[in-house]
Unconditional design. Structure first.
Length: 188
């Protein structure tokens, strides 16, 4: 009668447990490690049918990009799985946002916007003209804009009054920044 060490017995039990474990369950365990955290956040393995893995993706773009990478992913997955996969199919069908992750929305308060001028920008009475004369309305608008821009720093490029936040962010007003951006894109 031979006695085996506890480590030998535990090793045999571990191997037996892995053989009895469902292939899909073992795939779910190793999926984030194989594909990486970013891809795992945009994918959900759904099932294995006839050695073909079906994976839901958060968008069609993810499905297309991962389809191009499927041979590479198959190689990596088959090294980890007890039974090898033949293929992977990516689709947006079946995608559900994980319940523990709410959609990330970045809320920008009006005070955080570079064009914010402040709450205390009331113009002498700030009365809206009651007459529907276009010229009167335009004059009122022009006076409001002029009063609001009084005391603002000027853009070094176009010399127009500019909110300080825009100058801090782009060193010019938003219109000049947009012009620079579009000229940079057209020059590429």
């Amino acid at each position: 009668m031979s006695f085996k060490s506890v480590n030998d017995i535990l090793g045999v039990l571990e191997v037996q447990a892995k053989l009895q474990e469902q292939p899909f369950q073992s795939l779910l365990k190793c999926w984030p490690e194989v594909v990486g955290a970013v891809v795992a956040a945009h994918t959900q393995p759904l099932s294995i049918q006839r050695d073909v893995l079906r994976v839901a993706t958060s968008s069609a773009a993810w499905a297309q990009n991962l389809t191009f990478e499927r041979q590479h992913l198959l190689l990596k997955l088959n090294k980890k799985l007890p039974t090898p996969l033949v293929d992977i199919r990516f689709s947006t069908a079946g995608w559900q946002r994980p319940k523990d992750k709410a959609p990330e929305q970045q809320t920008l308060l009006s005070r955080q916007h570079p064009s914010y001028l402040g709450d205390g920008m009331k113009v002498g009475g700030d009365v809206t003209p009651t007459t529907r004369n276009v010229n009167t309305v335009f004059r009122h608008w022009a006076m409001t804009v002029q009063a609001r821009s009084h005391g603002l720093p000027v853009c070094p490029q176009c010399h127009c009054p500019t909110p300080p936040g825009e100058l801090q962010r782009w060193r010019v007003c938003s219109l000049c920044a947009a012009k620079q951006s579009s000229s940079n894109k057209s020059g590429e």
